[in-house]
Design a protein around this ligand. Sequence first.
Ligand SMILES: [Zn+2]
Length: 341
Amino acid sequence: MLTGILIVMTPATVNAQTENSAPKDTQHIPKWYSHASSQYGVHWSLLAGLDVYGATTKPPAGVIRAKGVPIEVTGYRFTQQEWQGLFNPVQNDENAKRIILFEGRGLDGDQDGKADQNNPYDRVSAIAAWLHQGGTTEQDQSNQLWKHFENGTAVERIVALSHVFKYFGTTQLSERTFPLHKRYSYSYRDTWGEGRNFGGRRSHEGTDIFASYGTPVLSTCYGYIELIGWNRLGGWRIGLRSADNTYFYYAHLSSYARGIHQGMIVRPGQVLGYVGSSGYGKPGTSGKFPPHLHFGIYKDTGTTEWAFDPYPLLKRWEKNSQTVINPPKKETKDQPNRPVT
Ligand SMILES: [Zn+2]
């Protein structure tokens, strides 16, 4: 998943970029997205968002996901019945005309004579055609997704992920960086599964990175702020979802960086907030433990999220170069520099 192709070799500091200066790299949009998009009038980023969701959550029953193939290929899939039509007597049918006759969703996107769901052109074109049946606007197409998934969270995530792809103009967004500014001092060890007593007996789902108050806390990835505000255990916290649908949980912050808000699209190294010791009580509670960043990683299964040990990944990301993106210098009206509940 790590590209490791960031060119900057030494830590650098740049100012927050504005929306207009987001890099556009059309070289890195898989061709089946642009192909299906021009055929059916569905924005390629929505197709990419659905694919990431499909590739990272549990596939529908009866679908076997190929292993070790890129995200674009393992993306969202229809069930075999949806593809070929419920009453189609030919199993694994690839005949586009017969599939239409039996009202299947499959089609021959690249005109090679087969409607093959393992061919990304056919698969993505079929998805685009189906989304287009819902209508021509993003709202129409998310309603089509809603009818299919019957799960508001799923649809919100797919649309939010598509906005991240649209913003950066590419699907190549797997870069990762360490969640603390590496020029500050910090220390951490593997604390996965250790006992914690506050709020009932539970097991530690993350890594604690100890650092001084005010140490900048950075986005690890390209993604968006899904959650921000106070919770009893985590204090001032941030929930960040990456472009590949991984959830990063940052807890115990002292404050948020200027301009950080829910729904905001972020990139690796962007300052999100500062190390603190908030949490373990009502809003504003602080100082019940030494300052540190609690960092957790969760995977989305489509119905639930499960935690896994961030420690080995932190060790790896720590070796990556880090470009720190500082918040804007001036506070603007819609960018409050304070915790929001
Ligand atoms: Zn912790």
